[in-house]
Design a protein around this ligand. Structure first.
Ligand code: AMP
Ligand code: MG
Length: 340
């Protein structure tokens, strides 16, 4: 296939609850995505049900995106999709949609690493160069930095993702998915109304384990605080203070270890103002700079997939259909980084 490096890239994201199609322009800059997400009324995300939802919505999402941007197939140079990591049934819908578009439009197919996409959309939109990424999302919590041509995971959660912990705690309290934003507002309200509060009164386990993190103990302990009569707002506040401090502590150690001086936030939990604020303070204290993408580029979105697709395409790194199976357990450091 003749590779055309000019034109838009279509990016398809379907690793978990969100199905999103977005765009990168011919300079590799992300534009707005069209996204839909499953919101289970009860319990967590069921991978098969989420996949059915994505399959049902895919055609509408694509039509809406093309129409609102006045684009058609001839404007595109490639179609990128999240090849992994993620929930198998959900990933397979995105991959199938991408293969179909690639064949029909006769454009290259580009399978990309979802975690790397969070980094590259941050670098592109925030203008940072060589950051330590604090990637905090529903399913993932990782501290990542580039070394020897790969993004290396310097620390990560040993059990559940921080967003998953927030969502599970919220669900136990009858707060619907996603719980993170509501926990943020309850925490803010609590500390504004109770400025004398002490964390020691709502103590939770220390989530740092060497360079790694662990959140399921925090989740249990927080639920127990509620059972013992602690106010919901106070526990939300304590969860945020304890777990965000843990993430920021590991990120700080990663900055020290790598001698880098840029911190980048990514993932849905990076929408949280308290986490943004803690990261900024830590960076300032060590003469580093903290960067946070716009919220629409923090949450899972198709445009970040397109941004990474563009980088692969620039290096003729396209995916043959025979290698386009989804990679549920793809690791951040399995993807060679060909660009600077
Ligand atoms: P992602 O997996 O990257 O799409 O992000 C989804 C996760 O981000 C969910 O676990 C949400 O609860 C969490 N989230 C979204 N907004 C916030 C917020 N303002 N504070 C904390 N967590 C949030
Ligand atoms: Mg994500």
């Amino acid at each position: 296939m003749e590779i055309n490096r000019e034109g838009y890239i279509l990016g398809i994201e379907s690793t978990a609850h969100t199905f999103s199609i977005g765009l990168a322009d011919s300079n590799g800059y992300p534009l707005d995505s069209v996204s839909v997400a499953v919101r289970p009324l009860k319990g967590g995300i069921h991978p098969r049900e989420a996949a059915d939802h994505h399959a049902e919505k895919a055609a509408d999402v694509l039509q809406k995106l093309l129409k609102s941007n006045k684009l058609e197939s001839k404007n595109f140079a490639g179609v990128a999709f999240s090849q992994g990591p993620g929930l198998g049934p959900c990933l397979r819908i995105g991959a199938s949609v991408a293969r179909t578009i690639s064949q029909k439009w006769d454009v290259p197919l580009i399978g990309v690493n979802h975690c790397v996409a969070h980094i590259e959309v941050g670098r592109k939109t925030c203008g940072c160069d060589d950051p330590v990424l604090l990637y905090v999302s529903g399913g993932n919590t990782q501290i990542i930095a580039k070394m020897d041509g790969r993004y290396r995971v310097l620390g990560e959660t040993l059990d559940i993702g921080i967003g998953n912990m927030l969502d599970k705690f919220a669900r136990e309290q009858g707060i619907p998915f996603p719980g993170g934003p509501k926990i943020e507002s309850l925490a803010k309200e609590w500390i504004e109304n109770n400025p004398e509060s002490k964390l020691a009164d709502y103590s939770l386990p220390y989530a740092v384990q060497g360079m790694d993190l662990a959140f399921s103990g925090v989740l249990n302990a927080a639920c127990n605080l509620i059972k013992r009569g602690a106010p919901l707002g106070a526990v939300c506040w304590s969860i945020q203070e304890h777990t965000f401090a843990a993430c920021v502590e590991v990120a700080e150690r990663a900055l020290a270890h790598t001698s880098k001086n840029e911190l980048l936030l990514g993932g849905g939990v990076a929408c949280n103002s308290r986490l943004r604020n803690m990261s900024e303070v830590m960076a300032l204290e060590r003469n580093a700079k903290s960067f946070v993408p716009e919220r629409k580029f923090c949450v899972d979105n198709g445009s970040m997939i397109a941004v990474l697709g563009k980088l692969h395409l620039k290096h003729d790194d396209i995916t043959d259909i025979s290698n386009s199976s989804v990679l549920q357990y793809l690791r951040t450091d399995q993807t060679p980084i060909l660009w600077t």
